[in-house]
Design a protein. Structure first.
Lengths: 178, 178, 178, 178, 178, 178
């Protein structure tokens, strides 16, 4: 890898929010290039994971361009969950450019990469209490202010794809199901 | 589709009961043809889903013939769950004749079909409190009257396949497992 | 199974033709009930397998109703291929009502059912030279008479789903592909 | 099978412990040959299932050789879970030499084999309260004596693969995850 | 989609070559944004498909940045093959931002998108005879000039990942295989 | 791994023959322990792969015991093919005890293990012309002497499982298939 540092960071980003943004920008100060994995790529249309991988890729890309991040310095790649822990690192490797450092606070992710001889670091800190996907989705459902917690372009994308309508529909109580 | 209305209705039918029967007969009054999807087709031999897809297809077919429903007017099709919500409508489409209206009270099913531009309607009402698969399975286990809640032919099929023995076996407490 | 004979017969039926029809009607003379498996259910949109499982189910159902076959006497069930021969019989069993005789001229299908202790019989004869899916698809592509080889209702269904347009599109030579 | 009795017994063995050992040795007194299935073979790196199939095979093999069990009398075979109950017996069959008796205390396993016409027996008793994988894993995490509950060779293997470090890592609280 | 045109173009790019480059740059003149799908993403380490999805993403990204393409205008997304044609469009949709025109010269791809009501266009022309992945891979194996047929950055990446060594190894004749 | 050499060798062994036997015994002279992978474990009931994984495990085990190989020195493990080359090494790793040298003459297997930093060696030579699975299966079909090419215990196993009848059945010409 020619003496460059290429990092990997993975998040579900349901949706991307200002906490993710801080972490990504901060991590970009530490590495030459950053692979941003869009986790649980195959999951969508649930209360916990309302947006598709493609919609989340759109959000992340627009945010990075908005912030004038040099396009040479990032890769945005959808990552499907694999049920089998022991092959997951190989799956990630196949889907990404070669990397040499992994940023993760998740013990399973850490352990799997450590056992495959990767350097694992903790991602930069941000205030997780006020900034979380769960809180943002709660506000979307309850018609409270979620817009201030995500990038401006993300607000536009969620409107464009009618995302609020989707997440509210999914909260309806089932009735009369056969 | 030559100006006919072909509806889709999906249920696990573990087992089919008189509530399902009411809904199917009622829906048949609204549409020209009805596709009856046997949901979670790949699941069987659990307390929640004791019967195989094939056993459930047998129950539904016997009920419809018993009631002299014109065979031109229905299709009974097993539908395996797909873990990926965003491809499920395409999977259903592949397995069924073309249809133009979906009957469902399940918000996820509704949403997925709405986003694929289908007309979605609520299925006809029936009394869900007294008629439910859960209640019937509970009675089967506890040797209470479940027979009165399902079609007569379904009682015969469950006897033929030794279904009560199966569901009771599954309630046993595990012991001495290695 | 209460002393009834329930048979299983499986075909890809791409599309159903008068040979299939003869075999089905003939086999119905030998058994009380017949399960008609729609093979390779997950395959469609190829020159060899142009039609979806749902489209083929529609063709078979209309043919049987046209011929006034008692609806109590047949089941039409899509069967996906499983790559693993040793589990295929179990998969078929799960998806179908219980059966006790298998009609197949395919040595692999015969062997798998024989090793699972089923009675296997050869399906009734018909003239395979003039009646074959391959010949019908060839005629569809070359604008020759295919209509006389399939049931009348099948002609209507293929028109309704624009099937000729589909199969001809698939014969185009690829060009300018990136 | 030439008049021999070949048994099947399946356990997750996370890790193998002295209770498993008693059951295996006891069962070997009843059968000519024993197939030892390593259950949930595809699962590893979780608090409930920390060890890979290969690591567990190593533990079982070393234990059997340590105890001078005649190598002609056992087979150790990894068994992946299959989500579909109705095909699981066929999957087990494919992966194992032919067998004619199943030892299991698990009602689902019992039922599936019974419906496939196998003889099912309860495995020999052992004291499950003091000997359980859960208790051993708890002790590993809390640095209490787990070594006395497993075979000596298993202690060595877990040290060799750095197993305690793995299971403790997995208990860490996630923090700063993006 | 706010009146923008977002196109989709899919290629295996094993490896990316100057023909792909022409097509991508030309298509970018017709659309506002372009999704570049890396086809057969799960295939690698064969003579026909030597490079992993991640390696191919790296090649495409470097080429686009080298050519100063505005990063807002493209998305590079790996696309695994799905064996089931009838669900493939839904899979692509899930993995990508919303798009409204598909560029493809492949009849199956065209047909699947047409049946899902997409606008399908032929991709721009380039000289396929002299520029093809097959020819480039042949030259790599035979130590002829392949470098002039791909972007400069691609040459560097293939050196960095030792790609020539990989493809030549795969041409070796198998011997002494057990 | 405590200074021991543990090798891996993989073969389909359809069926095991005296060439495999030579290679296994010879390799056991070079390593402390040997993992014998039963390749394409999920494939059976075809002319090329007539026997199930379990049947092949039985053949290998009986051969090794017949030859008084120390049971501590080998592991026989079924290995399913994975369609995705880039994750196959991780899958093998999960299913086996840790190993440090791979014996293979297959260029793809060699390359995949080399890229994962394993030592790869060529397996010992044997006369492949007269000893091959293909030749043995041909003789089985044509009622020529195949017995002299395989271990004595393998002859007995193939008789016990009625293997000749199976392979001959699979050569029948399909007829009267619907």
């Amino acid at each position: 890898m020619n003496n460059i540092t290429r990092g990997l960071i993975i998040g579900r980003m349901q949706p991307i929010h200002k906490g993710h943004c801080q972490v990504i920008l901060k991590t970009l100060e530490e590495v030459d290039e950053l692979i941003i994995g869009v986790g649980s790529a195959q999951i969508s249309h649930t209360l916990k994971d309302p947006f598709t991988a493609g919609e989340r890729i759109l959000m992340i890309k627009k945010f990075l361009v908005e912030n004038n991040v040099d396009p040479l310095r990032y890769y945005i790649i959808p990552m499907e969950d694999k049920d089998i822990n022991a092959i997951w690192v190989a799956h990630v490797n196949m889907m990404t450019p070669p990397f040499n450092v992994v940023y993760s606070g998740n013990p399973l992710v850490q352990r799997l990469f450590i056992e495959n001889n990767y350097t694992v670091k903790a991602p930069p800190l941000y205030s997780r209490e006020t900034l979380s996907g769960r809180e943002i989705r709660r506000r979307m459902i309850n018609d409270e202010d979620w817009q201030s917690l995500v990038p401006k372009s993300t607000v536009e994308i969620i409107e464009e794809i009618d995302g609020i309508s989707r997440i509210r529909h999914l909260t309806k109580k089932e009735k009369n199901e056969i």
